[in-house]
Design a protein around this ligand. Structure first.
Ligand SMILES: CCCCCCCCC/C=C/C(=O)SCCNC(=O)CCNC(=O)[C@H](O)C(C)(C)COP(=O)(O)OP(=O)(O)OC[C@H]1O[C@@H](n2cnc3c(N)ncnc32)[C@H](O)[C@@H]1OP(=O)(O)O
Ligand SMILES: Cc1cc2nc3c(=O)[nH]c(=O)nc-3n(C[C@H](O)[C@H](O)[C@H](O)COP(=O)(O)OP(=O)(O)OC[C@H]3O[C@@H](n4cnc5c(N)ncnc54)[C@H](O)[C@@H]3O)c2cc1C
Length: 640
């Protein structure tokens, strides 16, 4: 591989009107943090073991799982050796060491241990969290069943208290109650946090979490009374052993119920929690993290697509002239530059979401549940919005790279396959949006009654009779006002339909269900971030429904969005360089910093396993016998 930088990329970087390094420092919170991140990424780059793996798609499923386990354990050991204590250092090392791989221990660290900490009593946490953190206990979060994932209250796994033996008896009473999907259940973990319907003294008290040992700590054999296995190949998550698990009257100690919020006493008495939804806390936490995951996935795909668009020359923009950089086609800019803006918007949304989560979850830990509904609504809405918009955007990035975008060598298919599951896991997006919609509906009617609303939704009470003041300058204030107006009007419209349904005599659940389509649209408007002008132009109908903009203002906006493309054009490469993703993290022949795309594609293809032999065995086994057989037959020409 040559170590020269593609001349087009060199030109792009020299014509940028700002210093990308300054923006990198803003993104990563200062020059020292950037320096530290790069130091850590370099440690990974110099690490022979970590650099010894071929691209994951060159291995079969067994190999991918085996590699994932090997690599993640190596990473754990290296982190201990390096003595990295800060979460940022550890995350930077992990992301650089395994950039496109979901860890078979991901749910252990991401859900199992944090849930023990947050949902266990202090005694339970003191006992189990150190075992989890030292990987003596390796766990996951097992909630979804064959028959239920969304409707937690419909889960069928039972945990029945036996006061004689002071045990809970876990059981999968039906086929549909078999746990199905939990990550790392199939081969990796020896414990699970199991969500089950709690029965005591003959009464069901709803779903609660139980710590269950599923494999021997001595030899990893499956505990008697359990059936465990892998669910099979999936669209992505190749290295993750999502599994199924069936309980057959499986006994666990009473004290294995996480009892921070609800309890079962020795005599079987049930002590209920302050709020039944406290047991849903682990899901809220992961939804908050998924907003950052959506930023990372979309921004990486955008880096690849924008750099490739600067390098790829195709067709004549000027008749007879040299072939144009595809980034100079207005259509290519209209595809990619809004995604560039969206990536920056998602970064800010993810950081804001994390700050709000930190504050409200610490209030909840101290027993102040006042803002729990707002946190739930925000986490549901942003998780759904950012993964939907992010996944659509990643597909646009892939297609904007033409044929090479479809190759795993571009790095984009893997980004998409790993993040698109987030539209489903941790709460299916439509269901999540409807949770936010429910909160908006209740808030709208509270606002109508003159009750005060939290700051984030005070816009619901604005005067909807005003028209836009937008002028040629498309001021920030006029754009914010436009988004608030659109969302407030759409929420009001959905709520009026819900009310009208009730007035017609519909029971409230039907009145709700028959207004959920406009509620989804209203909730998306509520979550819509301010990559402003493009968002208005792309959704003009919703902004225009009540004549909020006049014809002149619409023309201003249509002109403005094209003008913005020209404003961004000279800085497009610098804006993606600022995300500072090193090549070994992007894993992309198209998104390389040096732009040597064709050489990288050629080298990558030569290492494809199918090239291990010149003539493939199928020639000897099938093709040659077929040709010999056909050459003997008389009417060969007819067959051809
Ligand atoms: C690439 C990176 C890889 C990163 C690695 C990631 C790997 C993937 C890991 C994946 C793991 C999983 O998928 S784990 C499994 C995830 N599963 C889910 O998320 C299931 C989704 N379903 C649910 O959360 C629930 O069923 C939900 C839809 C909220 C409905 O719950 P209920 O029926 O109990 O409640 P409802 O009747 O709807 O509402 C009753 C009231 O409770 C409130 N309520 C409901 N949930 C609440 C909550 N969590 N916190 C506060 N309040 C809540 C509602 O707002 C209502 O308030 P009022 O209106 O005031 O009454
Ligand atoms: C990659 C991946 C990893 C996963 N990891 C785990 C894990 O580690 N642990 C775990 O417990 N689970 C895990 N899951 C399961 C996941 O949490 C569930 O699949 C998810 O919660 C969706 O539930 P479901 O499958 O029942 O979908 P369903 O709810 O059956 O969705 C089917 C359709 O029904 C619609 N629908 C359902 N309810 C409503 C409603 N009330 N109103 C309107 N429409 C509705 C949905 O919008 C959707 O269109 C994982 C899933 C995936 C894909």
């Amino acid at each position: 591989m040559s170590n020269e930088v593609n001349t087009d990329l060199l030109k792009e970087r020299s014509t940028a009107t700002f210093d990308a390094e300054r923006l990198t420092e803003f993104i990563y919170k200062g020059p020292e943090k950037v320096k530290r991140k790069r130091q850590i990424q370099n440690i990974v780059l110099q690490d022979k073991f970590l650099q010894s793996f071929k691209p994951t798609e060159f291995y079969d499923r067994d190999g991918q799982y085996n590699n994932a386990v090997r690599r993640q354990i190596y990473i754990m050991d290296r982190l201990e050796e390096l003595g990295f204590r800060s979460e940022t250092d550890r995350l930077n090392f992990r992301e650089a060491a395994a950039p496109v791989e979901l860890s078979p221990f991901g749910l252990h660290s991401g859900m199992f241990v944090p849930t023990l900490e947050r949902q266990g009593t202090p005694e339970q946490s003191r006992k189990w969290v150190p075992l989890g953190k030292s990987f003596k206990m390796i766990g996951t979060y097992a909630q979804t069943e064959l028959g239920h994932g969304t409707f937690i209250r419909g889960l069928e796994t039972t945990a029945t208290f036996d006061p004689e033996t002071q045990e809970f008896i876990l059981d999968s009473p039906t086929l549909s109650s078999i746990k199905y999907w939990p990550g790392n259940v199939a081969k990796t973990v020896n414990h699970c946090l199991v969500m089950a319907q709690l029965y005591t003294q003959g009464k069901c008290h709803g779903t609660h979490l139980f710590l269950v040992q599923v494999r021997s700590m001595e030899d990893h054999t499956i505990m008697p009374g359990l059936e465990i296995g892998d669910i099979g190949p999936k669209l992505g998550f190749d290295g993750v052993d999502n599994g199924f698990m069936k309980f057959n009257k499986y006994r666990i100690p009473r004290m294995n119920m996480l009892m921070r919020y609800a309890k079962v006493l020795e005599n079987g008495d049930y002590i209920k929690p302050k709020n039944a939804k406290l047991t849903y806390g682990a899901m809220v936490m992961v939804r908050v993290w998924i907003v950052m995951d959506a930023f990372k996935a979309l921004s990486r795909a955008t880096v690849i697509a924008v750099r490739y668009s600067a390098v790829r020359r195709q067709s004549e923009l000027r008749p007879g002239g040299e072939e144009a950089q595809v980034i100079d086609y207005q259509t290519q800019q209209y595809k990619l530059f809004p995604l560039l803006a969206t990536s920056y918007a998602f970064l800010l949304a993810a950081e804001g979401m994390s700050q709000i989560y930190a504050k409200i979850s610490s209030d909840i830990e101290r027993g102040n549940l006042e803002d729990m509904p707002q946190l739930h609504a925000l986490a549901c809405g942003l998780k759904a919005f950012c993964t939907w918009v992010g996944c659509e955007g990643i597909e646009v990035c892939r297609m904007s790279c033409g044929g090479h975008g479809y190759s795993h060598a571009s790095g984009i298919p893997k980004i998409y396959a790993n993040i698109v599951g987030a539209c489903t896991y941790e709460g299916e997006n439509t269901v999540m949006m409807l949770q936010t919609a429910r909160y908006l509906s209740k808030s709208y009617f509270r606002g109508q009654r003159g009750e005060s609303l939290p700051e984030l939704i005070q816009y619901l009470t604005i005067d909807l009779n005003v028209k836009s003041t937008l002028g040629e300058d498309c001021s920030f204030e006029s754009l914010v006002a436009a988004y608030s107006h659109r969302a407030a009007r759409m929420v009001a419209t959905a709520c009026k339909l819900q009310n009208a349904n009730k007035q017609k005599g519909m029971p409230s659940h039907d009145a709700w269900n028959k207004s959920t389509v406009p509620f989804i649209a209203a909730t998306k408007a509520h979550c819509h971030l301010l990559y402003a002008v493009y968002g208005i132009v792309e959704n003009m109908g919703e902004f225009m429904q009540d004549g909020y903009f006049n014809q002149d203002q619409i023309s201003i906006l249509n002109r403005k969005v094209l003008a913005l493309l020209e404003d961004i054009r000279p800085n497009a490469v610098a804006l993606v360089d600022a995300f500072d993703y090193p090549d070994h993290l992007l894993q992309s022949c198209l998104g390389r910093y040096d732009g040597q795309v064709y050489e990288a594609l050629y080298e990558n293809s030569k290492s494809s396993p199918l090239n291990n032999t010149d003539i493939h065995s199928s020639y000897y086994n099938y093709i040659r016998p077929m040709m010999q057989k056909r050459s003997k037959s008389k009417d060969i020409s007819a067959k051809l």
